[in-house]
Design a protein around this ligand. Structure first.
Ligand SMILES: O=C(O)CCC(=O)C(=O)O
Length: 289
């Protein structure tokens, strides 16, 4: 029995690789989240690319609570099952009239098709429209792995990342327009990208990656995971977040900044204080907060 989606919504997701829109945040939650985002952006002198503020859920309670939001998790559970781990969180922000775009890619290209249960949730903090650069997808492309090449476009927000090699036919692009507080879910192998913001309004969004077993071993994942729901993931040899972040923004920001700088330098090591055992983690799961 699904927790929040209808059988036909789940079927639609299975067939197309996309489900949208799904409303999840109340106006108060949205307002509060916007406040946290503004505070973070202010202290970082703006968030221009996803590399400017990676994985804030490892450092800030508000971000941790978002990745564990019950309505989001109910939806995720309906598409990937009862064992859910948070792999990562990424902020995608396009200021008014900005040229940043996201080259077409499959999130899971590197992960391989053996990971059959993973989904990306994209949460709109502002309206996300064709004019301000909403995400576009190519429906049905999640069924196979498409060749990728290194992206060299300077305005690709995932600069240095991989992009789909084959040209994308504009007739096959579906825009994913969302109202603030709504999410879309895209299958981890669905081809997607986005274009520049040609409007006078910013476009702010947060992507959260969720995975279910059977998945990877510890060698495949760099950052600690958060066990959001279920138990089976606890049996895998993965690195888990030791405990949920606590404390004020001011207390946590310096550590986060250090983490961001290491991340940007390509030091893909994650600070020891974040790592815990499965036992530590079992006591800090989202659902137990
Ligand atoms: O926000 C965007 O424009 C693209 C998002 C994206 O590529 C993703 O969530 O994987």
């Amino acid at each position: 029995m699904p927790r929040s989606l209808s059988e036909s919504q789940i079927q639609h997701y299975d067939q197309t690789g996309l489900l949208a829109p799904v409303p999840v945040l109340s106006p108060d939650e949205l307002l509060s989240l916007r406040g946290h985002y503004e505070q973070l952006a202010f202290h970082l002198d703006g968030i221009h690319t996803p590399m400017d503020a990676p994985h804030p859920h490892l450092y800030f309670p508000w971000a941790y609570e978002l990745v564990c939001h019950p309505k989001v998790l109910d939806t995720v559970e309906d598409v990937i099952g009862p064992d859910v781990a948070v792999l990562g969180m990424t902020l995608f922000c396009k200021p008014p009239y900005s040229s940043g775009h996201v080259a077409w890619h499959q999130d899971g290209y590197r992960w391989g098709t053996e990971t059959t249960k993973a989904v990306s949730v994209w949460l709109a903090l502002t309206e996300s429209t064709v004019e301000n650069g909403c995400m576009h997808v190519q429906l049905g492309t999640h069924r196979q792995k498409h060749s990728h090449t290194l992206s060299t476009s300077q305005s690709n927000m995932l600069y240095g990342g991989l992009e789909v090699e084959e040209p994308i036919d504009p007739d096959h692009m579906t825009p994913v327009e969302l109202a603030p507080g709504e999410i879309s879910l895209h299958h981890y192998m669905l081809m997607h990208g986005s274009f520049a913001n040609t409007s006078a309004s910013p476009r702010l969004g947060i992507a959260i990656r969720y995975i279910a077993p059977p998945t990877w071993t510890s060698t495949d994942i760099l950052q600690p995971l958060v066990l959001a729901r279920g138990t089976q993931l606890g049996k895998l040899d993965l690195r888990w977040l030791k405990s949920p972040p606590q404390g004020s923004f001011e207390t946590n920001f310096p550590q986060f900044l250090k983490f961001v700088q290491d991340h940007q330098r390509g030091h893909q090591h994650f600070p020891h204080h974040l790592h815990g055992s499965v036992e530590d983690h079992a006591n800090s799961r989202c659902s137990m907060r």
